[in-house]
Design a protein. Structure first.
Ligand SMILES: [Zn+2]
Lengths: 91, 1001
């Protein structure tokens, strides 16, 4: 059970949060311009890394805010947490 | 008469408090302070169990939670019965009853014992190999297997006890209250760390508390004297909470631990009532100090499992702590000095020790000399090759061990004995450590896995960290505490320790016998009856991964997770396969460390507290009027209102007719309601719904369909424009939370530039849906001032008004196809509103209807229910709802997916109506649809999604999804059922009032 430092509320138990999959996948601005393959790339393709992964998390049972997390999936170490719109930390 | 083996009073046993208890129906006596195991041993009872596979007689092996054999059923046949309890952990109390498991008819005479003689036919993987074919026979096999195996019996009546959960936060959690744990907790608390010390036993002090080896001294006191003084001082320390009888079950990441606190299991029945039995502590600790100690290893030799064969350290504890002699003719078998301490402990109490068999060539420590002086015979370089005694050990045979330790030579010596203490060295208890995700490293010299790489703020101290000698323990503990707590001094900086402890050890994982291995029974996992032979067989059959060998042989898969034998299993695999143990890795220890009761896990979440449920403000009225309820998500919704003993079908038929012929009323409070405000609210709706919203006039309502980005229908509902920048959206009952979550997600992450604010107001409003040709007259009676003419208040529009003094929002919208109003008031006025409607509607025979009638009425109109007629694979086009998909809008969620190669396929499943040729046959929802009957296999074209008998149409109607159904209007299809084939015809899904004339009726 992680202890997650919500950038708005502080440290809270993982059960207050919802994981939202891979981070930094931007919804295409002009979907109609995309081919089927390009759209499928956005729609379906997600990484599942053993190691450092960028993820979206939501403080669902708290402030309801979304934020980003850098997590090492091999040992669940949370390496960084930053707000939506902020630049991801360089590795 | 049973023998009394009580040797000398112990300070931990209250001999003035005599307790009677029953084991296997027979009454015995013990004293306050005894465990079931110590009390049975005091009565010379060793045989307490039968083994799992071979039903071999088994005795008590250990004195703690690692016990593999003495697994009992506590209080059998009562509502407090509990199976699979370790006799070594049960504290006795007046009236306690316990019985052996896995034996029939009794532990003394067990029919399953025949398996032992058939054991050549029960090799590793026997069940896998034998019972897997023919597959259809499994059910027959299972009956016999279940009958002859089976551990304890689960209780069949309601658990009378209360269980609790508690969240605990501390700076420092210390697990284990042996010498290391006590010193760690004391110094942490003294340095102002809020400290919690938990100990699984009822006494503090671990094994040091009865350590009276005269050659070991701490500040010139024996370790036990010294530690008692330290424990006494704990009482006066602030910041320190101590919990005994509390066992840590799980250690998760980020220092989150679960511990079970046992509060009443040691009390008599009369003292258990109305108290919390067990409490689950959910601990979040800033730092964790593991002081879980070490477990003594047995030795693996032929027939090493007879009752009377025990761990050497357990014999010592029974003698020193409980004042019990485990036998009258004791022998020890060892590879290190620990057995000598046990032997001296017995000798000092006047208990006979016949001999010590030592596989080492020599040891010169003071304790060994003392054993020699005591006249106890030591056989150096000898090993036990066999034992005898069916229900109790009566002799051992020993032979000289070869130099390389792989064979035995010379003549066989037989020694008569009734108790054998085995000492195979110590295994650090790293179970919790590995659960936390931290990594171990194998120490090839000490032959132990040691903590190596921590994943959270934690340290392992004492013997679980690999320090076995008291001087090492204290020195390393001191340094580790300073480092981890960031302190400069401890109160044992200048402690003086003298010791005589010799670490010399000769490690042989599997001891040889004079017989070939195939003819021997060297048990590695006592609980699951896995022998060294089974492990070797697994390797011969090609298993290499330790995890596979474990599963194939079931080694380490019992309720004790192989606490005693896992290391030997690894050692035997490594030796046989010719690899280093460090390269082999270790199996994973999983929570819980010791089994937990279901009560502890669920805590107070039982009965009506099992799950949260939500009730509408009108709920009391529904209950008073005998509604049947159904669960919709967490909501309790009125399902139908039977009168005069009606069946559901009868009630629904009556309610459905009334709603169309005069007036009906539905509690629609559960529909999700989201308040949407902000200058970009219209633009936001344009992006989340498939249809256009910019031109919706203030005071108008519109139905919207929401898709996922993959183009599949996600939710639907009516949204009303309350003001220029203000909307109220309704969602499905079950989808409310998810829709809000999804919309928030888009707003926060994709479209942060939009000025939009979302607020869930589902619970803030109560909603009564008034429907039917007389609904207008009823509303007029309630709100006489409101102009209800079609010109002023047309279909799909909204009015704000007042019922008396109560503010209300009224939408003229319809889910039934009838002239309808949805009246919303502040939730606290919900029941009042409902009763007003009922009162006003009396003259029109207003009929309350539930969700079932609502479903029927909407099906007559062909309105979908998201989640019933859709399943996450239906696009709006599939639903034949092209009309709601805007062609003009540049983008909305899911738009691009509507013309992917897959979504434009003509042969997708599409929503159609189905009419049965026989109007009285009602199809089953979920039934399969085919176009051919005389073909096998036949393609499944689709399935029925909704089906009812319509009282208004006087025939059966159904909605279905059918491959290519859009172009099948009028086509004959079949619904094959178990006993008959039903002929159906594809029809327009709008069965009733196709021209929508009734909306304005
Ligand atoms: Zn938050």
């Amino acid at each position: 059970m992680f202890l997650i430092n919500c950038p708005y509320c502080g440290e809270r138990d993982q059960q207050e949060f919802k994981a939202g999959g891979e981070a930094h996948i931007e919804r295409p601005k002009q979907p109609t311009e995309l081919s089927d393959d390009e759209w499928a790339e956005y729609l379906f393709m997600r990484k599942n890394i053993k190691g450092v992964q960028f993820e979206r998390w939501n403080h669902a049972h708290g402030c309801r805010k979304w934020f980003n997390m850098v997590r090492d999936t091999s040992n669940d170490e949370i390496k960084a947490i930053y707000k939506m719109g902020e630049k991801p930390p360089s590795q | 008469m049973t023998k009394n083996l009580r040797v000398k009073s112990s300070e931990y046993i209250d001999e003035t408090n005599r307790i009677s208890f029953k084991f296997n129906g027979k009454t015995y006596h013990g004293f306050k302070g005894d465990t079931l195991a110590s009390a049975l041993l005091a009565n010379d009872v060793h045989l307490v169990a039968r083994s799992f596979k071979y039903h071999r007689p088994r005795g008590i092996m250990t004195s703690g939670s690692e016990e593999p054999n003495a697994i009992v059923q506590v209080n059998p046949g009562t509502n407090r019965t509990e199976p699979n309890v370790r006799a070594t952990e049960v504290e006795i109390y007046e009236g306690l009853e316990a019985s052996s498991q896995n034996c029939w008819p009794s532990v003394e005479f067990d029919i399953g014992g025949i398996n032992n003689f058939l054991s050549p036919f029960f090799p590793a993987g026997f069940y896998y190999k034998t019972f897997m074919w023919p597959a259809s026979f499994w059910e027959k096999y299972e009956f016999f297997i279940r009958h002859s195996a089976g551990l304890g019996k689960s209780p069949t009546t309601t658990d009378p006890d209360i269980y609790d959960h508690r969240n605990v936060h501390c700076d420092v959690l210390v697990v284990g209250a042996g010498i290391s744990g006590i010193m760690a907790a004391k110094n942490a608390a003294k340095n102002n760390f809020k400290t919690l010390l938990v100990e699984e036993k009822n006494e503090l002090g671990g094994s040091t508390i009865y350590e009276n080896n005269e050659f070991n001294k701490i500040d010139n006191k024996t370790p036990s004297e010294w530690l008692k003084k330290e424990i006494e001082e704990l009482k006066n320390i602030k910041n320190l909470e101590i919990k005994t009888r509390t066992s840590v079950a799980a250690y998760h990441q980020y220092n989150y631990l679960l511990a079970r606190e046992n509060l009443t299991d040691h009390l008599e029945a009369k003292d258990k009532t109305n108290k919390i039995r067990q409490r689950l502590l959910k601990i979040r600790a800033k730092k964790v100090i593991l002081a879980t100690g070490a477990l003594e290893r047995p030795l693996i030799f032929n027939n090493n499992d007879r009752p009377g064969i025990m761990l050497s350290s357990a014999i010592k504890k029974y003698s020193e702590f409980y004042g019990v002699a485990c036998g009258s003719k004791n022998v020890f078998f060892t590879n290190n000095d620990s057995a000598y301490e046990s032997a001296i402990s017995l000798y000092n109490k006047g208990i006979n020790v016949e001999a010590i068999i030592d596989i080492r060539e020599q040891s010169e420590s003071k304790i060994v000399k003392k054993v020699k002086e005591a006249g106890i015979k030591i056989y150096w370089s000898h090993s036990i090759v066999d034992t005898t005694g069916y229900k109790r050990l009566n002799s051992i045979s020993i032979m000289k061990l070869s130099n390389d330790g792989t064979s035995v030579t010379g003549s066989k010596i037989s020694i008569s004995c009734d108790c054998l203490g085995v000492a195979g060295g110590w295994t650090p208890a790293v179970h919790l450590y590995t659960q936390s995700g931290s990594k171990l490293k194998f120490d090839e010299e000490k032959k132990v896995f040691l903590p190596n790489q921590n994943t959270s703020e934690q340290i392992s101290v004492g013997s679980c960290g690999g320090d076995f000698k008291i001087d090492e323990i204290i020195k390393n503990l001191n340094q580790k505490l300073k480092d981890t707590l960031n302190i400069n001094e401890t109160d044992f900086d200048s402690i003086k320790v003298e010791i005589d402890q010799e670490n010399s050890k000769r490690n042989i994982w599997l001891l040889p016998s004079d017989k070939p291995i195939g003819k021997t029974k060297p048990f590695v996992d006592y609980q699951n009856d896995a022998t060294a032979k089974d492990i070797k067989l697994a390797l011969r059959e090609g298993f290499r991964s330790i995890e596979h060998v474990k599963r194939y042989t079931t080694t380490g898969m019992g309720t004790d997770q192989g606490k005693l034998g896992n290391m030997h299993a690894l050692g035997i695999i490594a030796d046989t396969a010719g690899v280093k143990m460090g390269e082999l890795g270790t199996t994973t220890f999983r929570p819980p460390y010791t089994p937990l009761t279901f009560g502890t896990i669920v805590g107070r979440n039982v009965g009506k507290f099992f799950d949260i449920f939500r009730r509408t403000p009108m709920n009391d009225w529904h209950v008073e009027n005998k509604a049947e309820f159904e669960n919709v998500g967490q909501w309790k919704r009125a399902w139908y209102y039977p009168i005069n003993g009606e069946t559901m079908h009868q009630a629904v038929q009556r309610e459905s007719k009334a709603a169309r012929e005069s007036a009906g009323i539905l509690d629609a409070s559960t529909l999700g309601k989201i308040d949407i405000q902000g200058s970009d609210a219209s633009e936001f709706l344009n992006r989340v719904y498939t249809n256009a919203w910019s031109k919706l006039a203030i005071g108008k309502c519109r139905y919207g369909l929401m898709l996922n980005e993959d183009g599949m229908v996600y939710d639907d509902g009516v949204t009303t424009r309350l003001g220029e920048n203000h909307y109220i959206m309704t969602t499905t009952t079950g989808g409310a939370a998810n829709v809000l979550g999804k919309l928030e997600d888009y707003l926060q992450t994709e479209w942060p530039e939009l000025d939009v604010y979302l607020t869930s107001v589902t619970d803030h409003y109560a909603t009564a849906s008034l429907c039917g040709p007389n609904s207008k007259k009823i509303l007029k009676k309630i709100i006489p001032d409101l102009d209800l003419s079609d010109e002023n208040f047309p279909h799909m529009s909204f009015k704000e008004s007042k019922i008396g003094n109560i503010q209300c929002r009224i939408m003229r919208i319809s889910f039934t196809g009838e002239h309808s109003y949805e009246i919303n008031v502040q939730a606290s006025y919900g029941k009042d509103l409902w009763e007003k409607c009922i009162e006003a509607g009396k003259e029109f025979n207003i009929t309350p209807y539930g969700t079932e009638t609502m479903h029927l009425l909407r099906a007559e109109k062909g309105f979908i229910i998201v989640g019933q007629d859709t399943d996450g694979t239906m696009t709006p086009i599939d639903l034949q709802m092209d009309w709601i998909v805007s062609k003009k809008k540049y983008d909305f969620i899911g738009k691009r997916s509507l013309y992917r190669s897959d979504t434009i396929r003509e042969d997708r499943k599409q929503l159609v109506g189905l009419l049965t040729d026989d109007p009285n046959i009602v199809l089953e929802e979920g039934a399969q649809i085919v176009s051919e009957l005389n073909q096998s296999p036949v393609e499944m074209l689709g399935h029925v999604t909704s089906s009812y008998f319509s009282p208004n149409l006087k025939k059966s109607i159904a909605l279905a999804v059918v491959r290519g159904g859009k172009d099948m209007m009028g086509k004959k299809l079949f619904v094959p059922m178990e006993n008959k084939n039903i002929n159906v015809t594809v029809a327009n899904p709008v069965f009733y009032d196709e021209k929508n004339e009734r909306l304005n009726a």
